[in-house]
Design a protein around this ligand. Structure first.
Ligand code: AMP
Length: 460
């Protein structure tokens, strides 16, 4: 299968060949023909599968074949994303793929002034990429006209619902024409996604190339057990093994991310944090410093990391495990993208044993556990049903960066039974595509996710 055989416009093929894309990824091969044929589409696709091009290419193709030369151009395509970073990333991709077609796009998100956005909207633009909160602000100010939208894309729809955007989405859906094409991309087709589709889509085609909750099989996973108090030293030890390597480190909390960056900087490692308490400018700067190599370590919280697209990121380190196992899959989506080799390293303390167990169950495969000499934990991990979990902190209302649970500290519940694997130095291995779909795990964990997370704010 080639991009040519999909029937895409020559101007797009030229841009793709310049970007070095040789052939469509599976989700692109499945989705592009359906979109070109004008169908509504539900696509199950993780970040890292090439999903952005899967909707952007046919969208650009369709709009480019119907360019209107009237003075002020109406918005013909609207792409909604859960986070600012993802919105910016999608628009960057649209610009790359569409550099030889005469279409304009703009990005709209919160955390920055309205001025530039108002100007772009006034000038007229073909494609708007937006986060729901700021788009609603523009709708209220009547600075955006959605009445000519032909194509609506909901990107990472599951995450938008998780973030409490359903009411905003409903308002936006009421403002776009009923006669339109709707494309919904989501990591999972949880019941609430299906309900959304039933209400707002017309006879959607479904495509899914990887079962829900799979990780790229080019990613090698390894868990290093360690006492929580020694995690920072172990991280430095791992980083010192290749000080030039760009590394994305995940922290469960904003506070933890800042503390870690301070520690790394004090130890001479150039690093930056990206999370929802940072201004948009600080986030953009951190990302571009990381991309340009000015900083080698980017410490991110889960939601802030959404949409970060860095070519060929070789390694992702989980300084803390996420409270929700699905977030492990999203984190790991940052490495091993589009066929490249990647490494996922998790530093796991005894009190996080239960979270590790959840991840193993979701992936249907235990991750390889390997002690690092000198950093062996005083209490081994437990992988039995009673494995401890970090205590939940009192939640602030969940904001854009997703905050997180408590920064786990050992000593949760007087664990004693050995984890079995604690001293196992088995080589890292690769879990293959494992689906939780149809097992009920998905639904269960979504429920858990919702219970754990506090109320959401709607500003992106
Ligand atoms: P996405 O899932 O949209 O975040 O894309 C993941 C990464 O794969 C991005 O860095 C894209 O530039 C890259 N990519 C997307 N499609 C292809 C393709 N057909 N060939 C090579 N790389 C691709």
């Amino acid at each position: 299968m080639s991009f040519e055989s999909l029937g895409l416009a020559p101007a797009l093929l030229r841009a793709l060949s310049e970007a070095g894309y040789e052939k469509p990824t599976p989700i692109q091969a499945a989705a592009i023909p359906e979109v070109l044929a004008g169908h509504d589409l539900m696509a199950a696709a993780q970040t890292g599968t090439g999903k952005t091009a899967a909707f952007s290419l046919p969208l650009l193709h369709r709009l480019a074949s119907d360019t209107r030369n009237e003075g002020r151009r109406p918005i013909r395509a609207l792409i909604l994303t859960p986070t600012r970073e993802l919105a910016a990333q999608v628009q960057e991709n649209l610009r790359d793929y569409g550099k030889y077609v005469r279409l304009s796009s703009t990005v709209i998100f919160g955390g920055v002034g309205m001025g530039n956005q108002l100007q772009a909207l006034r000038r007229g633009v073909d494609i708007v990429v937006a986060t729901p909160g700021r788009l609603i602000d523009h709708m209220q100010q009547r600075s955006v006209d959605l009445s000519k939208v032909d194509v609506l894309v909901l990107d990472e729809a599951d995450r938008m619902l998780d973030m409490g955007f359903l009411p905003a989405l409903k308002r936006i859906l009421a403002a776009v024409p009923r006669q339109r094409q709707t494309l919904l991309f989501s990591a999972t087709f949880a019941p609430e996604i299906k309900a959304l589709a039933q209400q707002f889509m017309r006879d959607p085609r479904e495509v899914s190339t990887a079962p829900a909750n799979t990780v790229a099989n080019t990613v090698t996973h390894v868990v290093h057990p360690v006492d929580a108090a020694n995690k920072r030293d172990l991280l430095l030890h791992i980083l010192s093994q290749d000080s030039r390597r760009q590394t994305l480190v995940f922290s469960r909390t904003k506070h933890g991310a800042d503390k870690l960056v301070r520690h790394l900087e004090q130890s001479g490692v150039k690093s930056a944090a990206i999370h929802g308490n940072k201004s948009q400018n600080a986030r953009t700067r951190a990302l571009s410093d990381f991309k340009s190599g000015r900083v080698t370590v980017l410490v991110a919280t889960d939601i802030a990391a959404r949409g970060i697209d860095i070519d060929q990121l070789p390694v992702v380190i989980n300084f803390d495990l996420p409270m929700v196992a699905e977030d492990y899959v999203h984190r790991i989506g940052r490495t091993g993208r589009a066929g490249a080799e990647g490494q996922a390293i998790s530093l796991v303390s005894h009190d996080e044993s239960g979270l590790l167990r959840d991840i193993g169950r979701l992936l249907k495969s235990d991750l390889a556990i390997s002690n690092i000499p000198g950093y062996e934990p005083s209490t081994p991990l437990r992988l039995d049903a009673g494995a401890p979990r970090p205590k939940q902190q009192q939640r602030q209302p969940r904001s854009q960066n997703g905050g997180g649970g408590g920064q786990g500290r050992p000593g949760g519940n007087g664990a004693s039974r050995n984890a079995g694997n604690g001293g196992n130095r088995s080589p890292a291995h690769r879990p293959h595509g494992h689906s939780a779909a149809g097992t009920g795990e998905n639904t269960g964990s979504h429920k858990r996710r919702r219970q754990r997370r506090g109320p959401a704010t709607n500003k992106a």
